[in-house]
Design a protein around this ligand. Sequence first.
Ligand SMILES: CSC[C@H]1O[C@H](OP(=O)(O)O)[C@H](O)[C@@H]1O
Length: 340
Amino acid sequence: MKVVIDGEVRTLKAVWYEDDEVKLIDQRKLPEKIEIFEAKNSDDIAYAIKNMVVRGAPAIGVTAAYGLAMAKKKGENMDEAVRKIGSTRPTAYDLFKAIRYMQINDFDMNSARRYAMEISGRSRKIGEIGNQLIGQNARILTHCNAGALAVVDWGTALAPIRMAHGDGKNIFVFVDETRPRLQGAKLTAWELAQEGIDHAIIADNAAGFYMRRKEVDLVIVGADRIASNGDFANKIGTYEKAVLAKTNGIPFYVAAPGSTFDFSIKSGDEIPIEERDENEVLEINGTRIGPVESHSRNPAFDVTPNEYVTGFITEYGIFKPSELGKLKELMEKDLFMNIK
Ligand SMILES: CSC[C@H]1O[C@H](OP(=O)(O)O)[C@H](O)[C@@H]1O
């Protein structure tokens, strides 16, 4: 991910391992400042995932992989480390995929590096494949942040957008602010601004306005868990964007690596939905916006039924929901992905 720091263009990853620590861009501090969170043990890793220092399904998985390898290297009790990290956030399937991968590979540090490299390479492939869907002039709406910050680099939903921009296509991105944590306004907008990709932050409630006015050509979002039938969980508010896209005849794509597909569940009804602290809704940047007497409900994700999905953009190609059986077969032949 290209980042401008003190006028100098640097390449940063969302998460990496260096000097016996897992280093994370502290996404809570963006876009105001770039600060690096240094995780020294599994407690720090669990804290970072739970408190969204790092967030985004693939990035959470990579963080868990490095974190478990670091814990092993530092002689921690691995059952305890797995329990702590595995109980941070229930929805993103990549977390559990990464934990399983590391268990099978005995929490070996080279396996963690391999995991990170695979996820990064697959996100690049998602970009190349998804770029084929983007015309020379494209106005794309996205929700939340499924960029390099949510993966390691490239991203999932933002990967095709980055590739298209790099190919000289004329891209404009509608960035849903994405209440309550504002990952769109704070993180997606930051990533696009760093790379000079034209965009506008919009209120979540304005997405339908632009879709109905035919100002949106394509919607691309990320995912946290995709069921066998193509129902998928993603940031709260995704479902209503999908319904609006279908109502307005706009293609709606989900970009995700194989590590986000959970073929052990039949439908989206089986996806656990994380409920987060009510203050995420009642406050913005620490300032309370609701009366002291008021409470809130704060589901972090919703489930979109497969009928609203035009296709899934993966490193294996683009699949309609009805074609996920083919994707499952390809994943079973893929040594890295075929983690039981
Ligand atoms: C590429 S996965 C990104 C995915 O994760 C986000 O959730 P959170 O910020 O709570 O981790 C959101 O659902 C994104 O689409």
